[in-house]
Design a binder for this molecule. Sequence first.
Ligand code: 0L1
Ligand code: MG
Length: 255
Amino acid sequence: MTDIATIAARLDAAARDARAIQQITGQEGELALSDAYDIQRAVIDHRLARGAALVGVKMGFTSEAKMVQMGLKDQIWGRLTSDMVVQNGGVLDRARFIHPRVEPEVAVRLKAPLTGEVTYEEALAAVEAVAPALEIIDSRYENFRFALGDVVADNASSSAFVVGAWLPADTDVADVPMVMSVDGAVVETGTSAAILGDPIRSLVAAARLAGAAGLTLQPSWTVMLGGATAAAAIGLARAVSLDAGHLGRVGFTVA
Ligand code: 0L1
Ligand code: MG
């Protein structure tokens, strides 16, 4: 039987101490997806017990390329907590992370609860605002190596996020050009259409997957809808920015 509490404590400590641990799968055998999500919830419970608040969810493996790479047919999701927020233009403390990478994304803020099987129109109607965003992922596993169960248990690698200025909900997010730069040099270019063909489809999936776990996406929550390009290593970079066309810009410095 999988020891949910022990593995969750190990992952929580790895994140707190910025110290990589070995993959769970392999050590403990395979990890069922339902157990992996139970571990994820237990990891987040540690943070909530320290005073953090749940402020949203993130979607992962939202591009065809990443799904094919992992041999997956569905997305994964993770939880966003208040201690993961970095202000737009703010400073990311490099010492808090093991081997961070950054992804250009689209975020939405909700104005109505959303859960279960919803239509595209219902998902869109629950959106209060949209924004360009950057997600910092930082696998808690050595060498950023994991199987599906590992990464789900590890909160889908999520570790911090930065959201730009919020725009009205009717702002088109379907095919936004994305140009991500590190220290002033362009490192990734793409389009928001890489996020399931349209990021709002990722919100539909977020409602479905969270609903299956008994969670309702709440008004005021942020949903990070997925990466529009491959992630870039932060390494020794000092500044990261995203130019997301008519959605505007978002960025942070690294200290
Ligand atoms: O946000 C993402 O799409 C990443 C999901 C987790 C997999 C990874 O760490 O690359
Ligand atoms: Mg992401």
